[in-house]
Design a protein around this ligand. Sequence first.
Ligand code: DP6
Length: 357
Amino acid sequence: MQAQHTAIPSEEEQQISWKSPSNLAIIKYWGKYGTQFPRNPSISFTLSNAHTTSTIRYAKKPTPSKEVHLEFKFEGKENALFKTKLLKFLESIKSHFPFLTEYNLLIESENSFPHSSGIASSASSMSAIALCLCSMEKSIVGTLQEETEFLKKASYIARLGSGSASRSVYPSLAFWGESERMAGSSNEFAIPYTEKVDPVFLSFHDDILIVSKKEKSVSSTAGHKLMEGNVFADARYQQANDRMDSLLESMRTGDLETFGKICEDEALTLHALMMCSDPSYVLIEPQTLSLIKEIRNYRAETGHPVYFSLDAGPNIHLLYPDHIASEIESWKNNVLQGFCLDILTDHVGKGPQKLSA
Ligand code: DP6
């Protein structure tokens, strides 16, 4: 006899939205093992203008099933590639959110920065989705009422989506990875960096000088994997720990020079590691090097504390404290603009924001 399916009227649709920022690592995460555990601790500035807004709409399935049911739209349009990736991710975290299979889900995401700007979006997008999922749990199951627990789980889930995303759930500065130096630090989730920091660092600008809008030829995930065979890997992980000690001390005392030196050394080390991977690869462009030289020359001439960093791509992050912003503004417009396609202005931000109930 065939089972009779009664049409159960679906519950009213609910929706949750979060806006979550990108972040810039000063001590870089490069190399991972197991389920997205970092080989060394990292620390980042949380940004503000570069962010992703994600909305989850959910309604109870009329008939239960074991699979996650997802519709996905990126910037208003269906996107099969992103949907496949996201569905795989949601299937992989079902055990953390058992209610996921009970609902039909529609996830919509949009970035504040142009999709083809060459800016990595995994940190902002995965953290926005992780925050939405935690809000769903809070509302459906009633757990995660306490903010610290909520953000810890959001960071944990974001990490499973993309390592660097674990750091985006906190304001200003976030620390990820086990370190003897940092109480409460973990490989499983990031923590807010709450040690004493000279206020000058919280006033930092981070302008992104776009030198290429092309998608990078080697993904970060593939880059992390290549660290496994890199002959410099162990020395690198030790170096990251040593640099972390000096960096934290420089931020405590307001030592901009040491901070800037470590910040630039980390950016160049990251790209040096790519160049000496097997196979080797190069993500920087000629304009990246021209800009690095311009920045160093300008700093030598003016004495202004302006520094660069790089993500896993050719674009330069220009870092400087707010008290020199007007001088930097005219140099940016008169000189730096000539070396790049676009400049996106950003600064240290207040962390993610919930947009609706
Ligand atoms: C260079 O977090 O993008 O930006 O964990 O494979 O998603 P997956 O990699 P991802 O790596 C980011 C690397 C980095 C440095 C950093 O953000 O710490």
